[in-house]
Design a protein around this ligand. Structure first.
Ligand code: SAM
Length: 234
């Protein structure tokens, strides 16, 4: 799989892939990452990529020309590419989106800066648009990294143990049960006794009960969905 980051600031992104699981996955050629800077396509003699908003309004907007030319070049060379724009106004990105997009061969993330991107570029090129939450970031780079991280860990082979994916939160309505590490007792706090006895069926039952408690506390609407689901849907 291939990810292309379309950004004015590739330096902000590069470091993220230089360590840990995603670096190992790139070393194993499970996916690749590259960058396309719209500034390199600017026809302005000072390589300008933004201008004041037509019709007035605060701040600068990213011009269509550098972005459209950059995206044209990307599409011409990669007809199968799936282009995603990051914008705070779109639908929120979810785990199901991460799993679905992990099946694509090539995904591009387009990051806005300043007051955002000229809307015509989004109309022309977006296969999909996503937000990562109801708040405003200074640019789309962090948002595209969030999507890329969540998608790439669903690419076959990226996580050492693919079983860990299937029990994670958001794979079903129930959140994942609490996890504990060693030692068994730390600062007078103990791991639930059942976890220590090695009876896997009892541990599984306890984990389901703890998952339900955790979901009730953090995401009561999810628990409601879980208990009202018909048995044949489970
Ligand atoms: N003026 C825009 C508005 O009010 O909707 C916000 C522009 S924001 C300062 C600049 C860029 O950051 C956006 O074009 C988008 O790419 C990115 N961005 C900011 N917040 C985001 C969010 N919550 N999710 C995804 N992208 C975001």
């Amino acid at each position: 799989m291939r990810f292309t980051f379309v950004t004015l600031f590739p330096n902000l992104i590069e470091g993220y892939f230089q360590d840990s699981i995603l670096k190992r996955a790139i070393d194993k050629e499970l996916f690749s990452v590259d960058y396309l800077n719209p500034r390199d396509f600017s026809l302005n003699k000072h390589s300008k990529v933004d201008d004041t908003a037509v019709g007035g309004g605060a701040g600068m907007v990213m011009n269509p020309q550098p972005l459209c030319d950059a995206l044209d070049s990307l599409k011409t060379n990669n007809p199968d590419i799936h282009i995603i724009f990051l914008t705070p106004v779109a639908k929120p990105f979810k785990q199901n989106d991460a799993k679905r997009l992990a099946k694509k061969s090539h995904v591009a993330f387009v990051s806005g800066r300043y007051e955002g991107i000229d809307e015509r570029v989004i109309e022309e090129f977006a296969d999909e648009v996503f937000s990562i939450g109801d708040y405003i970031l200074t640019g789309g780079e962090l948002a595209s990294l969030v999507l890329c991280d969540a998608i790439s860990r669903n690419v076959e082979g990226v996580l050492g143990n693919s079983e860990s994916l299937s029990i994670e939160s958001f794979e079903s309505e129930l959140l994942e049960a609490p996890s504990f590490s060693k030692p068994k007792e730390y600062r007078n706090l103990v791991v639930p006794k059942e976890y220590l006895k090695g009876n896997h069926s009892k541990i599984r039952t306890l984990k389901i009960a703890l998952s339900e408690c955790k979901t009730k506390f953090f995401r009561p609407e999810q628990l409601l969905k879980h208990i009202t689901r018909k048995p044949y849907e489970k």
